[in-house]
Design a binder for this molecule. Structure first.
Ligand code: AMP
Ligand code: ZN
Length: 465
């Protein structure tokens, strides 16, 4: 499989550290606000990569964190803690805020048919992991204590900017307009690993550490959690493009300084969802979530379809008009698929041909738009519904668009029908054709049609009562 790697800035052949196995870490949500549909595009991208790797036969371990502590208002280390700010605004506790938004997040995550990662780790449950790394970084001389906080010393690295295109001299590192420079830092690009002193004395969540009571910085969370579950060699690390700097840059710095060797081989980044005014972001008024789209009458999977018909490395502009068009195409495609008949023989040549095309599209840096085109092409083929049906069901393991609506049958009803069929067979054996016919008619009235085939009696439900 070929993947674009932000680290090398090239499309490369993906080769995991251990044959057949993939260790895949993705940055999860900050749970002090709703995740908007832009955030969710990022998780759809991760989900497709996760499912593609599994479809291609890899044994994948996917880990995702939940940032429930330590993410300040800006990506730099000054500002107000986001969790505390939100808790204060809502007059509740930080952990209640985290719980509420974590639940909201997973609700929307599931509405989009995303697979829950194998491990979901809240940052507050891994304090020991961060302390272990920070202690070692201090010991190795990569970190220093100043003004009550522990900082990572970026000047100790030759290639701190390896992941970015940024040049050190034209960058005010990690700082945004209106954010003051932290006097305790030796270098502007240094970042906090552990806070014991901050401007916010009312920080709710604190833990004891060798340097006093405090809390972790944001970046150390992802390194700590990833190293804990994925070990010293990570295959793929994912996030949104805005995570490249400073977050992922800092993750590489601290993880590799701690380990003493290269940490992650492939860096996978999803482009942004835009609106008319630029990047969709939480600071822009009311948050547009997947649940809100659903309330407005849109199918969440139409939004997934809209994302998948674009490449993950291209910006997508959101508008209701675009979503409506995507929904129309999506529902039309589904309707066509659901007219397919399940019977007949599988055409093995056709199956191989289309399966190869589908795989090739995904192996080409996750070209989901082409993968969907393969389905349209397949539907245009003449004859053999069974092959089409089977293939589309298989492809949907990756796309997760519910392209085929399995008409679910109530277990109790099925048992009842099977019992009636048995009764009818006995009646027929006893040459009591009137009884056999009555059973058939009785079921027919309930919308259950019996068909006598050479291999036995099968049934079809026309409508469910
Ligand atoms: P946050 O909860 O703010 O840390 O954001 C969660 C994820 O959403 C991050 O990995 C971001 O890269 C990503 N993200 C934020 N805004 C957008 C956007 N407009 N489009 C796509 N992804 C985004
Ligand atoms: Zn992260």
């Amino acid at each position: 499989m070929k993947l674009y790697n932000t680290l090398t800035k090239k499309i490369e052949e993906f080769i995991p550290n251990e044959e057949g196995k993939v260790k895949f870490y993705t940055c999860g949500p900050t749970v002090y606000h709703d995740q908007h549909i832009g955030n969710m595009r990022n998780y759809i991208g991760h989900d497709i990569l996760d499912k593609t790797l599994r479809y291609l036969g890899y044994d994948v371990l996917r880990v995702m964190n939940i940032t429930d502590v330590g993410h300040l208002t800006s990506d730099s280390d000054s500002g107000e803690d986001k969790m505390v700010k939100s808790a204060k605004a809502k007059n509740t506790t930080v952990m209640d805020i985290a719980k509420y938004y974590t639940e909201q997040f997973f609700k929307d995550f599931k509405l989009l048919n995303n697979r829950i990662p194998d491990i979901v780790a809240p940052a507050t449950e891994h304090i020991e992991d961060y302390l272990k790394i920070i202690e070692k970084l201090l010991e190795k001389g990569y970190a220093y204590e100043q003004g009550g906080n522990i900082y990572f010393d970026t000047s100790k690295l030759n290639d701190y900017y390896a992941l970015t295109n940024h040049k050190e001299d034209n960058m005010v590192v990690g700082a945004r307009e209106g954010v003051e420079f932290d006097e305790s830092k030796r270098n502007q690009s240094d970042f906090v690993l552990w806070f014991t002193k901050s401007k916010f004395e009312d920080q709710e969540l604190k833990w004891t550490s060798p340097w006093g009571v405090g809390y972790p910085g944001w970046h150390i969370e992802c390194s700590g959690i990833s190293l804990h579950y994925c070990g010293e060699y990570l295959d793929i690390h994912g996030g949104g493009v805005d995570n490249i700097f400073p977050h992922h840059t800092n993750e590489i710095a601290q993880s590799e300084a701690y380990l003493g060797h290269k940490w992650c081989n492939y860096w996978f980044h999803n482009e942004h969802l835009m609106d008319e005014t630029g990047k969709m972001s939480k600071s822009k008024g009311a948050t547009l979530t997947v649940s809100v789209l659903k309330e407005k009458g849109y199918n969440p999977l139409a939004y997934r379809f809209m994302c998948l018909t674009s490449h993950y490395r291209k910006q997508v502009v959101f508008s209701y008009e675009n979503l409506e068009n995507a929904q129309k195409s999506y529902l039309k495609l589904k309707a066509k698929i659901n007219l397919l008949k399940k019977d007949g023989e599988t055409n093995l040549e056709m199956q191989k041909n289309y399966r190869d095309k589908f795989k090739e599209s995904l192996e080409d840096d996750l070209n989901t738009a082409n993968a969907i085109t393969v389905i349209y092409d397949l539907l245009k083929e003449t004859g053999n519904d069974k092959t089409k049906y089977e293939l589309i069901k298989e492809f949907d393991q990756v796309l997760s668009l519910d392209l085929w609506e399995e008409k679910s049958i109530d277990k109790k009803l099925e048992e009842k029908i099977l019992e009636k069929i048995k009764e009818r067979n006995i009646a027929k054996q006893e040459k009591n054709y009137e009884k056999a016919d009555n059973i058939r008619k009785e079921l027919e009235k309930e919308g259950i049609i019996l068909k006598d085939k050479r291999e036995g009696t099968i049934f079809e439900i026309i409508h469910k009562n």
